[in-house]
Design a protein around this ligand. Structure first.
Ligand SMILES: C[S@@+](CC[C@H](N)C(=O)[O-])C[C@H]1O[C@@H](n2cnc3c(N)ncnc32)[C@H](O)[C@@H]1O
Length: 363
């Protein structure tokens, strides 16, 4: 986990902090809770066959939670984009078990890593991780199996021993010395012999993961499916403006099915206005505590359950709503930020603070 600092989020699942971006990968409130509440529950689909685009796969919480929730009865294709290959490789081994928090409490150990949040009982079943291992192996072969990070003592509490043992089980069966094709057949046999009764859906070929390791701005140009569900889980706007620019969001719009949805954790005025300028309808994601926890976008207005009110729509048309621009999807983040600052300075739009003052305080 070079360059990442693992910690325990509020629901017991593991979160990461990135040195490079100086930003967290997951909400301290709960990495897994966030995945379910922002990226899974708002989807509400009856379709049997889904295409999912996971922009910023990271540890894969969003796709894994989605698969855990919908995967037993549906055919799902996941296209997963991230610039960092190590995160794909870590993904199936990360512990998402809620008892981890109890472990730290009991051991009175490393409590600085534990952020207390609202306790939730969300989970990722092991079959999801097994399936991910199978797909990662099919894509990356031995490269995937060269995972010495699993053996480092300091990371042990963050990995799931059951999944690591499953992984070791493959190895111990001796396939390591054989050729890739034979290994794949061997894995297939193991699945059938030892697991198929309990995990039938592992073998149905109903679930497919495709992994794209590159700047999402490059990958996006090569994609041409229509997606029913898009997760946009980039770092915050000022840390990663390249994945929030009007030009990038227009590409996501191009790839959205007519009744598809794009989901993001961001509530920001800038993001919502960018979505609307790209052509989407945008609405709020509201959780069970009636809190606004993200934004849902669609080409179809009927997919928006919680509409923005007049006050919120007015706020989008202030300077705060001016989008980032990245015409050729190739600028550095500092250039993108600088160009937006110039545009804001020269804009005739009212500032958000004046707008808020004129309307009274936002409830
Ligand atoms: C907030 S984290 C995503 C967390 C993730 N959804 C999860 O479940 O763990 C943001 C991710 O964006 C990735 N990223 C940063 N810049 C990127 C880029 N230009 N293209 C693709 N991925 C990028 C990082 O590697 C990181 O995994």
């Amino acid at each position: 986990m070079d360059g990442f600092k693992p910690y325990i989020t509020g629901d017991g699942s593991v979160g990461l902090y990135s040195d490079e971006f100086d930003d967290i990968y997951h909400s301290g409130y709960g990495a897994l809770s966030e995945a379910y509440e922002k990226f899974v529950f708002p989807v509400e689909t009856n379709k049997n066959c889904l295409n999912v685009l996971d922009v910023c796969f990271g540890l894969g919480y969003n796709s894994k939670a989605f698969l855990n929730y919908y995967g037993k009865n549906k055919k799902i294709n996941f296209d997963c984009l991230d610039i960092n290959k190590n995160l794909f490789f870590l993904s199936p081994f990360i512990k998402t078990n809620h008892t981890l928090k109890d472990y730290f409490r009991k051991n009175n150990n490393d409590s600085k890593y534990v952020k207390l949040g609202k306790y939730k009982r969300y989970k990722i079943d092991n079959w999801v991780n097994h399936l991910l291992i199978k797909n990662l192996y099919q894509k990356f072969g031995d490269d995937f199996y060269d995972k010495n990070f699993l053996l480092k003592d300091k990371f042990r509490p963050f990995f799931d021993p059951a999944i690591i043992n499953f992984d070791k089980f493959y190895k111990d069966c001796g396939y390591k010395t054989t050729k890739k094709q034979i290994k794949l057949a061997y894995l297939h046999n193991i699945y059938y012999r030892y697991l198929s009764k309990r995990y039938k859906y592992l073998f149905s070929d109903n679930i497919k993961f495709n992994f794209y390791i590159d700047d999402a701005r490059k990958t996006i140009k090569t994609l041409d499916r229509e997606y029913d569900v898009i997760f946009l889980d980039a770092f915050t706007t000022n840390k990663c403006p390249q994945l929030w620019s009007l030009d990038f969001i227009k590409e996501l719009y191009r790839l959205t099915a007519p009744d598809g949805v794009l989901l993001t954790y961001s509530n920001s005025v800038l993001v919502r206005n960018t979505m609307i300028e790209s052509g989407y309808f945008a609405g709020k994601i509201i959780n069970e505590d009636n809190k606004q926890i993200g934004t849902v976008c669609s080409k179809s207005e009927s997919k928006i359950k919680h509409h923005l009110n007049d006050y919120e729509i007015g706020l989008l048309k202030t300077r705060a709503g001016i989008p980032y621009r990245d015409e050729n999807l190739s600028q550095t983040s500092s250039v993108i930020i600088h160009n937006r600052e110039l545009e804001v300075e020269n804009s005739n739009l009212i500032s958000s603070s004046r707008y808020i003052k004129s309307k009274g305080v936002l409830k």
